[in-house]
Each structure stands twice: as C-alpha cells, then as structure tokens.
Design a binder for this molecule. Structure first.
Ligand SMILES: NC(=O)c1ccc[n+]([C@@H]2O[C@H](COP(=O)([O-])OP(=O)(O)OC[C@H]3O[C@@H](n4cnc5c(N)ncnc54)[C@H](O)[C@@H]3O)[C@@H](O)[C@H]2O)c1
Length: 282
C-alpha cells in the first residue's frame, strides 16, 4: 500500500473535470476516452481541429460533456481563453494533463536553432503555459487536484539521437519535481510520466535530422515502435493508476522502468544502453 495517496481517486471520475492538451491523438486521445468512461467531464485542446472534433464526438458518445478548443500550446495567448472557458463551463478542474508534445530525431550537430526553439516552445513552454493558465484557479478553488506532465524515458536518460527532445523532457521532469513540492500544501499532486516506446503516430510526425535515407530511417523507427506494440490505451490506464497513487515519477512501459532504475543505480550502464537505443533511429 503506497504511503501517500492522491486526493483524486481515478477509478471513479464522476463529475470530475479533466483537462488534456494534445487530446487529438495517441496518449491524449486514449486518456480522454478512459476518463470519459470513468465519468469525467472533459476540456480538450489540440492544434489539430479535425482530430479534436473526432475525439469530442467519441467522448460525447460515451455520454460525457466535452468542451473543445483549438489551442497551440506553444502560443502564450492561446491557453488563457481555453482555461477561462473551462472554468466558465465546469467551475472546477480536478486533473490537468499537459500532454501535447512533439519529437525530433537528430544529434546536437544536426539540430538547428529553429528546431531547438520549436521543440522548447511546444514541449517545455507548452507545459508552462498549461500550468500558468490553470493552476492559479485550481489553487484558489481549494479542493486540491492533480497535474500530469508528459516527460519521457528520454527525460530520465539522455539519448544522443534525441538530443533536443531529451533536453526538453529532462526540463519537464525538473519542472514537475519542483511543482510537486510547491503545490503539496495546496493538496495538488504532480506526476511526471515517462512512457517508453509507445506505438502512436508520433513516429510519423517526428522530423528527422542528419544524414542517411530519412524515409528508411522513419520506416525503421516506426517498425520498432510497432513491434514493441505498447499501446496508448495501456499508457492511459497506467497514467490514471499513477495519479491515484500520487507518484512523483511514473515510468510506464518496462523499458522506461529499466531506464529509471539504471539511471539511478548504475549511470554508466544506463548510458551504454542509451547508446544502443540510439542506433534504432540512425
Ligand atoms: N509515443 C511515445 O513513444 C512517447 C514516448 C515518450 C513520451 N511521449 C510524449 O507523450 C506525449 C503524447 O505523445 P503521443 O505519442 O501521443 O503523440 P501523438 O503525435 O500521437 O499526439 C500528440 C498530440 O499533440 C498535438 N500537438 C502537437 N503539437 C501541438 C501544439 N503545438 N499545440 C497543441 N497540440 C499539439 C498533436 O496534434 C497530437 O494530437 C508527448 O508529449 C510525447 O512527447 C510519447
């Protein structure tokens, strides 16, 4: 039995309000559906309006109320109106999931300054913008709640072929750890989620930098993720379990657990493994 449990019991989310960024696809989409199945009302955003309309319809078919908003999480102007609309409609937020994120394959020498800004603005500043827009009202309204930030196994152990991506995901982990301490007196838990290799469309949308045949490299990457076969639906279940247990850091798939343990117990072995993993995307 864990010592500290979250105030949010995720097995029954009846009348709870869950906010998810990047809810149009992959982990965000499956988490939205699972929360709807468990009775939550949803505030969902994504940059992709068609995908957002699709998840809204699927969640409404499960009988839940859904608010959607087209939001680019990297744009500081987009998030506050979404937060206002959410509090106007639902009057509360119990779970904020800063999930929207993008990948970029490439070593440091192949990553441009433009790439860096693009990744930092979405993967790190997107989380900052979500927290800025929702947390003050969550704190003020009082009943506590939970924040989930999507980091990565590459945020536990740097990968030389995910140089900029790793940097953003380490930053999300650090921010989450600090927030967790700051928000504890307000009864708000914070969990950094480190999924592992999850079969979503992220492999199709991730820009690839550096030499070699990019088509071939993408095929190899997508095939490795498909073969691994860990679904976004399983991630969604494990995220809600981690929230319920109020985990600070939640590795999800087995490889993320191994990377978490090795990075703490034997960093040199962890680095050797990270080098091998990087071969996947070369
Ligand atoms: N799939 C994996 O193996 C994996 C592993 C570790 C971490 N993650 C993280 O999990 C999160 C979700 O990834 P996924 O695999 O479900 O990816 P995905 O590509 O399937 O879904 C990401 C969603 O975010 C949206 N999005 C992208 N940029 C946005 C922006 N600027 N503003 C708003 N929405 C935007 C996309 O439209 C998409 O709907 C990301 O933060 C990712 O880094 C994924």
């Amino acid at each position: 039995m864990p010592r500290f449990r979250s105030r949010l019991k995720t097995s029954d989310l009846t009348d709870r309000v869950v906010v998810i960024t990047g809810a149009g696809s992959g982990i965000g989409r499956e988490l939205a559906l699972l929360c709807a199945e468990r009775g939550a009302r949803l505030a969902l955003c994504d940059i992709n309006e068609a995908a957002l309309a699709d998840i809204a319809e699927a969640a409404q078919n499960l009988g839940t109320q859904v608010l959607t908003s087209r939001v680019d999480v990297s744009d500081p102007e987009d998030m506050p109106p979404f937060a206002e609309a959410t509090f106007d409609q639902f009057d509360r937020v119990d779970l904020l999931v800063n999930n929207a994120g993008v990948g970029l394959v490439g070593g440091f020498l192949d990553t441009s300054r433009k790439d860096w800004h693009w990744l930092i603005d979405i993967n790190l500043m997107g989380v900052v913008h979500g927290c800025e827009a929702f947390l003050p009202a969550m704190v003020e309204s009082g009943p506590g709640g939970h924040v989930v930030n999507l980091s990565s196994a590459a945020g536990l152990l740097a990968n030389p072929q995910l140089s900029a991506y790793s940097a953003t995901k380490f930053a999300v982990l650090g921010l989450s750890e600090a927030l967790r301490m700051e928000l504890k007196p307000h009864g708000i838990g914070v969990t950094a989620v480190c999924p592992g290799i999850i079969n979503t469309t992220i492999t199709q949308n991730t820009p690839i930098r550096g030499g070699g045949d990019h088509g071939e490299r993408r095929k190899r990457l997508a095939s490795a993720y498909e073969k691994r076969g860990y679904t976004a639906k399983r991630v969604a279940h494990n995220i809600l379990r981690a929230v319920d247990r109020n985990r600070a850091v939640a590795p999800i798939a087995a490889e993320a657990h191994v990377m978490y343990a090795l990075s703490r117990v034997t960093p040199p072995l962890a680095r050797w493994l990270a080098m091998r993993a990087a071969e996947l995307s070369k």
